[in-house]
Ligand binder design. Sequence first.
Ligand code: AMP
Length: 193
Amino acid sequence: MKRVCVFCGSSLGANEVYGRAARELGGALVSRGIDLVYGGGRIGLMGILADSVLTKGGQAFGVIPASLATKELAHSGLTRLDIVTSMHERKAGMARLADAFVGLPGGLGTFEELFEVITWAQLGLHRKPVGLLNAARYFDPLVFMVDRAIEEGFVHPEHRRLIVVEEDPNELLERLEHHRLPSLPKTIRTAES
Ligand code: AMP
């Protein structure tokens, strides 16, 4: 695992525990020699994360659409900043650069980015692990919803293993390094099957 793509809030969140988690994740990446790939902004948890990596001597790669470069205040001190033309290109660019994905607390944008890489793993479109850093148990309701979808027959039970959930950043990265993805591709069930 050489590069990890982190999805996280462009806000700081209501509790300082989220900023602390972003800082600790940055430290854990650098201490393991893993580069950061992220959305390229310098606001919210994105900024805290990137600053944490850079001040500890790590490498941070950003991918930002031109339309957001001013709104999310593109980080000017990154190892490399790719300016792209659309949100789709941003996600494709981040995914291409990374060997694994991590979600830190965030809002709708973070959810969207996370669920895209989870569903693509489900379809077998990539074989990169996905983890959630469950700071202050922020993601508990999201995991609960996935479990509910399994109970109600909308998600295959094997696909629960597509999401690694941990509260400690080092523990999370350790688990992602050794994670074995389920081999089962999603099959589309029709009313007749
Ligand atoms: P949020 O979690 O809503 O603060 O958003 C976190 C990051 O996700 C921000 O950098 C947003 O610009 C970004 N984002 C939101 N929607 C998308 C999308 N559809 N594709 C790529 N990035 C997105």
